[in-house]
Design a protein around this ligand. Structure first.
Ligand SMILES: [Zn+2]
Length: 177
């Protein structure tokens, strides 16, 4: 897997002496999906929320400059990223892989956590709550309601994608159960 050798170069040499590798100590990774860098730049999830994402420096900058997680992603790309996350679990069980995410219920992927956030839901919201939130939010920006509104269309697309991500996760868990 191409990781560009970043795992041994944090840009902060003094950290390297602490442990042989990331695996040896619990380290918070960047919340940006697919990023293996150390996430130690907190960024508020929303202006009034005490909750924080933790990004690496690069993604914190990206986030702070108005980066929208779902923007510009096609369904296929989102799905590909989901499967990337799962493949990264390697030989470990999914449970162990997902357990790192202290901010959630331990069973949701980072993408799902973001999708929940976009829907304005808590990390432990159930799928009924997801459907409800999605419906009410999607209604506000639906193309039928806001014809010709590019921002609304974009928001609608993001909501659709969030819903797809959460539905896929729900189905995955059902199959396993
Ligand atoms: Zn990152």
């Amino acid at each position: 897997m191409a990781r560009h050798g970043r795992s041994t170069d944090w840009g902060f040499p003094r950290w390297r002496g602490y442990s042989g590798g990331r695996e040896a100590a619990p380290v918070r990774l960047c919340d940006r999906s697919g990023c293996d860098d150390r996430g130690d730049c907190p960024a508020p999830k929303s202006p009034n929320s005490p909750e924080r994402w933790y990004f690496c420096e690069k993604h914190a900058a990206e986030y702070n400059s108005g980066w929208n997680y779902f923007e510009g992603l096609s369904k296929e790309e989102a799905a590909a990223r989901e499967s990337d996350e799962r493949r990264d679990a390697g030989g470990y069980s999914e449970a162990a892989h997902y357990a790192w995410a202290g901010s959630g219920d331990g069973s949701r992927t980072r993408d799902e956590m973001r999708a929940l956030d976009l829907l304005g839901l808590e990390p432990d919201a159930d799928f009924e709550a997801v459907k409800k939130a999605w419906r009410s939010k999607a209604k506000e920006v639906h193309p039928d309601v806001r014809p010709g509104d590019a921002d609304a269309a974009k928001a609608f697309q993001a909501l659709q994608l969030a819903y797809e991500v959460l539905r896929a996760g729900e189905e995955r868990r059902e199959w396993k159960g």
